[in-house]
Write a protein that binds this ligand. Structure first.
Ligand code: NAP
Length: 558
C-alpha cells in the first residue's frame, strides 16, 4: 500500500501528538502518526522502571497551547509519574480526537526522499509504505536504549532488563538479588525503590554524581487552584526562562553574598528540593569557582547522610562540576546506602570484567544476582534518528552525513533532506530544557513554516549548508561558554556510546534566546533556508544582525 498523505509524523509522545493536532486541525492537512509502541506516551510508554517520575514540576510539565485543557486537568503530585502522565496524554488525545490518525505498533524502518515527486516514502517494519510531502521526526531524544557490550551477557542465567524497556506487566523483584548498573537520573530514581523489595541490591557505579532531593508531595488544593487560575503567568514564565522551567534563575553571583549567606541559600534550596537548586546563583554554570561552592555543599550532604565512610567517599568523589552532566533529583538515594541490603561497588576501583551465568564478576569478586537492571542510559539525540535509514537528495544517507556528528540548522532541519523536520533534534535546546516547552516551540515553528510554504506555493524547504555549518559552530560556542564543556564524559557529548563522535549535541544558549533566534529567522523569510519551487530556488538574503550572527553568547544560556 502506498498511502498518500500531506504529512507523516513519527512518534506519538508529547511531540507527535501536538504535531498531529497542529498540522491536521490548524493547517487542515491530512496527517498520520506512526508509532512503534503499543500506545501513546513516547518516553513514558517505555520507561516504567521502579521509581520512574518526571523531574520537571507538574505545573510546568504540560502543554500550554490550550487554556481549556489546563482548566480541565489537575496534576496530583509535585512530580508526576508515568501512569498519571499517560492519563494526561490520553486525555489530550481524546479531547483533540487524535487516536483515529495514529497507527500503533508500527516501527518506521526507512524514509527516502523521492526528488521527482517531492515526497517522502516511508516504510514500516510490517512492510507498509506511506508517501507524504512532509516528514516530521518526533522520535524523542532519549528513546534508543544503550545496553553496554559487556562480555558474557548472553550466558547470564537470570533476567536482565534495560530501564527504558521495562516490561509493562512489571518485574517481580521481591526477595531477589538485584544488580543495577548505572547511577544517572534513572539509576538514582530506581535504586531506593528496588532496595525496598529486593533481597539485596548491588549498585555498580562507574561515575558518581550529585543529586538534590526531589521532595515530591501531593499538591495542596490551594496550589492546584493557583495553577488553574494562573495559566497565563505560568505560560509566560516557562517561555521566558532559559531552561523552560517555571522557576527563575537568581540574578546574583556567588561572590555577591557572604559565605554564611551562601550556605543559607544552599540549605534553603536543598530543603525546597528539585532542579531549581541550580538556579540559586546565575554563575553556577559559567564560573568554576562559583560552581565549586555548590559542588562542595552537595558533597558535604552525601558525607553527612551516608554512614559508611568508604561508601560515602565513593559516592562523593565526583569528577565534574555540578550540573555539567544532567543533574538528577532523588527520593532517599543516598539514604539507601545505609540499608543492610544495599552494597555499592565502585567500578573505578573494581571494574566489571564480565557477566557470568551467576551474576557480575568484577576484578575482585563475583556478585551473585537473579536480575540485572541496566540503568545505562541512551544513545541520545542522534540515536533515535539514525535507527531509521533516512535518505535525502540523491539517496544521501543521514547515517553517512552525520558520521562525524549531527549537522542541523537550528536542530530543525538537515541540509540535503528537504521537507524533513526534527522536533527537539540535535542542535536545539531539547534535553537542556523542560521538554514540553521545547516541544511546543518546535511544533509551532514547524507548523508555521509548513503553512508559509503552502500559502506561497513553495514545494520544499531545506537548510543552506553554510547556515547549518554556522549554526553548528554556534552550538559549540554556546557549550563552551558554560561549564558543560568541562564534563566531556557525558551523553551530551555522545561519550556514553562507544564509537559515537564526541560532539556537544544540544544547544546550550538557552531556550528563550533560541526561541528569539527561530522567530527572527522566520520573520526574515526563513533566512538560512532554501525555498524551492520546482527547479527554482529562492534564497532569502542573509542580512547581518541577530539571526545572521546569532548574537555572541555572553554567559550561559542555561
Ligand atoms: P545516563 O544519565 O546516561 O546514566 C547512565 C549511567 O550508566 C551512568 O551512571 C553511566 O556511567 C552508567 N553506565 C553506562 N554504561 C556503563 C558501563 N558500560 N558500565 C558501567 N556503567 C555504565 O542515563 P539515565 O540515567 O537513563 O538518564 C538519561 C537521561 O534521561 C537523563 O539525564 C535525563 O535527561 C533523562 N531522564 C529523566 C528522568 C526524569 O525526568 N525523571 C528520569 C530518568 C532519566 P558514566 O557516567 O560513567 O557513563
Amino acid at each position: 500500500m502506498d498511502s498518500k498523505i500531506d504529512a507523516l509524523v513519527i512518534g506519538a509522545g508529547f511531540a507527535g501528538l501536538y504535531q498531529l493536532h497542529s498540522l491536521r486541525d490548524r493547517l487542515g492537512l491530512s496527517a498520520k502518526v506512526l508509532e512503534a509502541g503499543g500506545d501513546l506516551g513516547g518516553t513514558w510508554y517505555w520507561n516504567r522502571y521502579p521509581g520512574a517520575r518526571c523531574d520537571s514540576e507538574s505545573h510546568a510539565y504540560r502543554y500550554f497551547f490550550s487554556r481549556e485543557l489546563n482548566e480541565e486537568w489537575e496534576w496530583s503530585e509535585r512530580y508526576p509519574g508515568p501512569p498519571e502522565i499517560l492519563r494526561y496524554l490520553g486525555r489530550v488525545a481524546e479531547k483533540f480526537d487524535l487516536r483515529r490518525d495514529i497507527r500503533f505498533g508500527c516501527r518506521v524502518v526507512s524514509a527516502r526522499y523521492d526528488e521527482t515527486r517531492n515526497r517522502w516514502i516511508v516504510q514500516t517494519d510490517s512492510g507498509e509504505q506511506y508517501a507524504a510531502t512532509y516528514l516530521v521526526a518526533a522520535v524523542g531524544c532519549l528513546s534508543s536504549a544503550n545496553v553496554p557490550d559487556i562480555p558474557g551477557l548472553g550466558e547470564f542465567d537470570g533476567k536482565w532488563i534495560h530501564s527504558g524497556h521495562w516490561p509493562h506487566e512489571g518485574v517481580d523483584i521481591a526477595g531477589k538479588r538485584v544488580g543495577q548498573i548505572g547511577t544517572g537520573s534513572t539509576g538514582i530514581q530506581a535504586a531506593p525503590v528496588i532496595a525496598q523489595t529486593a533481597a539485596h541490591l548491588t549498585v555498580f557505579q562507574r561515575t558518581p554524581t550529585y543529586s538534590v532531593p526531589a521532595r515530591n508531595a501531593p499538591l495542596t488544593p490551594e496550589f492546584k487552584r493557583w495553577v488553574r487560575e494562573n495559566h497565563e503567568e505560568i505560560r509566560a514564565a516557562v517561555r521566558s526562562t532559559p531552561n523552560g522551567h517555571a522557576f527563575r534563575i537568581a540574578e546574583r553571583n556567588v561572590a555577591d553574598v557572604t559565605p554564611e549567606e551562601r550556605q543559607a541559600i544552599y540549605e534553603a534550596a536543598w530543603e525546597k528540593g528539585g532542579l531549581q537548586f541550580r538556579a540559586t546563583f546565575r554563575d553556577l554554570l559559567a564560573d568554576q569557582a562559583a560552581n565549586d561552592t555548590a559542588a562542595e555543599f552537595l558533597r558535604g550532604r552525601i558525607r553527612a547522610v551516608v554512614r559508611d565512610p568508604k561508601t560515602a567517599q565513593a559516592l562523593a568523589d565526583i569528577d565534574h562540576p555540578y550540573a555539567a552532566k544532567r543533574p538528577p533529583i532523588d527520593t532517599d538515594y543516598f539514604e539507601t546506602f545505609n540499608r543492610d541490603n544495599v552494597t555499592l561497588v565502585d567500578l573505578r576501583a573494581d571494574p566489571i570484567e564480565r557477566i557470568t551465568p551467576r551474576g557480575i564478576r568484577t576484578r575482585s569478586a563475583e556478585h551473585a544476582l537473579d536480575i540485572i537492571v541496566f540503568a545505562t542510559g541512551f544513545d541520545a539525540l542522534t540515536g533515535p534518528l539514525l535507527a531509521i535509514d533516512i535518505r535525502g537528495r540523491g539517496g544521501r544517507a543521514l547515517r553517512e552525513d552525520w558520521r562525524a556528528g549531527p549537522q542541523t540548522y537550528l536542530g530543525l532541519q538537515v541540509p540535503g533532506f528537504p521537507n524533513f523536520f526534527t522536533v527537539t533534534g540535535p542542535g536545539s535546546p531539547s534535553v537542556l530544557t523542560n521538554m514540553p516547552v521545547a516541544i511546543e516551540q518546535h511544533v509551532e515553528w514547524i507548523t508555521d513554516c509548513i503553512g508559509h510554504l503552502r500559502r506561497n506555493g513553495i514545494d520544499s524547504i531545506e537548510p543552506d549548508p553554510e547556515a547549518a555549518r554556522r549554526w553548528g559552530a554556534h552550538v559549540n560556542e554556546a557549550a563552551n561558554a558554560t561549564l558543560l564543556s568541562k564534563a566531556k564524559h557525558s551523553w551530551y557529548y555522545g561519550a556514553n556510546v562507544p564509537g559515537k563522535p564526541r560532539v556537544f549535541m544540544p544547544y546550550a544558549g538557552g531556550m528563550a534566546r533560541y526561541r528569539r533566534i527561530c522567530e527572527d529567522v522566520a520573520a526574515r523569510g526563513y533566512e538560512g533556508f532554501w525555498l524551492n519551487r520546482g527547479s527554482e530556488r529562492e534564497i532569502p538574503a542573509a542580512r547581518a544582525g541577530a539571526a545572521g550572527e546569532y548574537a555572541a553568547v555572553r554567559g550561559p544560556g542555561i
